[in-house]
Write a protein of this length. Structure first.
Ligand SMILES: NC(=O)c1ccc[n+]([C@@H]2O[C@H](COP(=O)([O-])OP(=O)(O)OC[C@H]3O[C@@H](n4cnc5c(N)ncnc54)[C@H](OP(=O)(O)O)[C@@H]3O)[C@@H](O)[C@H]2O)c1
Length: 263
C-alpha cells in the first residue's frame, strides 16, 4: 500500500482526490486548517475503505504550516508516493480593490507552499526512483485574470519545468487545470455564480478521474473535459490583447464586475 498526501483535503476537489485515492487503496495524509472536518473525513475514509488516514492540521498561508507539511513529506520512515498540492482559494474584487496582504496570502498558498512542498516531496521521490506530484492550477492560468490567474500560471510553468528536469528519474508531475467546478470555492470567496451557465460547471470526482488518467499517460498538463479543451485551444490561438477583452466581457456577462467568479 502506498501513501498519498492531499492538501485542502476536506472540501471540493481535494475531498474528491481523497475519496478516489482511498478507493484505490492508498493510505492518506489529509491536510487542511479545520481539525474537526479533518478528523471526520479521516474516520469516514478509514471506515469505508479500510485504509489508514492520518490528519495534519496546517495553515499553508503560514511558515509554520508549510514547514509542518514539509517535515511530513521528508520523513524517510514513512514515504509519500503521491503529493496533491490542491489547497487554494479565490478573492472577491478587482486589482487594487483587494488588500495587498490578501494577495500575498494567496501567493503564499498557491505559489510558495506549492514550491516548498513539491521540493520536499520530489527529493525523496527522486532518491527512491518513483513518485508523483499533482499541482492544482486552473484554466485561469491561460487568461489574464489578476493575481489568481497569475498565481495559477506560475503553478503551470513551475510544474512543466520541474517535470522536464525530473524526466527519466521516475518522478512525474502534472498541473491540473480545471474550469468551473462545483465546490465550496466560490461561496467561501463570496462570489456570485448565478450567471455562470450550467454547461460550464464540472463535477469534482470527474475532474479527479481525468487528472489521474492524464498523470498515468505521462502528461504534464491536464485540462479536464472536452468543452474546456476546445475553449482553451481557441484561447491559445487568440492574441493576448483580445483575450484580455474577452476575459473582462465574460466576467461582466457571467458574474458581477467586482468580484467576478474565477475558475
Ligand atoms: N472550484 C473551482 O471552480 C476551481 C477551478 C479551478 C481550480 N480550482 C482550484 O482547485 C483547488 C481546490 O479548490 P476547491 O474548489 O476544491 O475549493 P474548496 O471547496 O473551497 O476547498 C478548499 C480546500 O482548501 C483548504 N484550504 C484553504 N485555505 C487553506 C490554507 N490556508 N491552508 C490549508 N488548507 C487550506 C480548505 O480547508 P480549510 O478551510 O479547513 O483549510 C479546503 O479543504 C484550489 O487550488 C483552486 O484554486 C478550483
Amino acid at each position: 500500500m502506498t501513501t498519498a498526501l492531499v492538501t485542502g483535503a476536506t472540501a471540493g476537489i481535494g475531498a474528491a482526490f481523497a475519496r478516489r485515492l482511498a478507493r484505490d487503496r492508498h493510505d492518506l495524509v489529509l491536510v487542511a486548517r479545520d481539525a474537526e472536518a479533518l478528523r471526520r473525513q479521516a474516520a469516514e475514509l478509514h471506515d469505508r475503505h479500510g485504509i489508514e488516514a492520518a490528519v495534519l492540521r496546517a495553515d499553508l498561508s503560514t511558515d509554520e504550516g508549510i514547514a509542518a507539511v514539509e517535515a511530513r513529506l521528508s520523513d524517510p520512515g514513512s514515504p509519500v508516493e503521491l503529493l496533491v498540492n490542491n489547497a487554494g482559494f479565490g478573492l472577491k474584487g478587482s486589482y487594487l480593490d483587494v488588500p495587498v496582504a490578501e494577495e500575498l496570502r494567496m501567493l503564499k498558498v498557491h505559489c510558495e507552499a506549492v514550491l516548498r512542498l513539491t521540493t520536499a516531496a520530489a527529493g525523496p521521490m527522486r532518491r527512491r526512483g518513483r513518485g508523483a506530484v499533482v499541482n492544482v492550477a486552473s484554466v485561469a492560468a491561460f487568461l489574464p485574470r489578476g493575481t489568481y490567474g497569475a498565481s495559477k500560471a506560475w503553478v503551470v510553468q513551475f510544474t512543466q519545468g520541474a517535470a522536464r528536469d525530473l524526466a527519466g528519474e521516475g518522478v512525474r508531475l502534472l498541473a491540473l487545470c480545471p474550469g468551473f467546478v462545483r465546490t465550496e470555492f466560490h461561496q467561501r470567496a463570496g462570489m456570485g455564480t448565478e450567471n455562470v451557465p450550467g454547461w460550464m460547471w464540472l463535477d469534482a470526482d470527474r475532474v479527479v478521474d481525468a487528472a489521474l488518467k492524464d498523470l498515468e499517460r505521462g502528461r504534464t498538463v491536464s485540462v479536464p473535459d472536452a468543452r474546456y479543451k476546445v475553449l482553451m485551444g481557441a484561447a491559445k490561438l487568440a492574441p493576448r490583447g483580445a483575450l484580455g477583452g474577452l476575459s473582462a466581457r465574460a466576467g461582466r456577462r457571467y458574474g458581477p464586475r467586482r468580484g467576478e467568479p474565477e475558475a
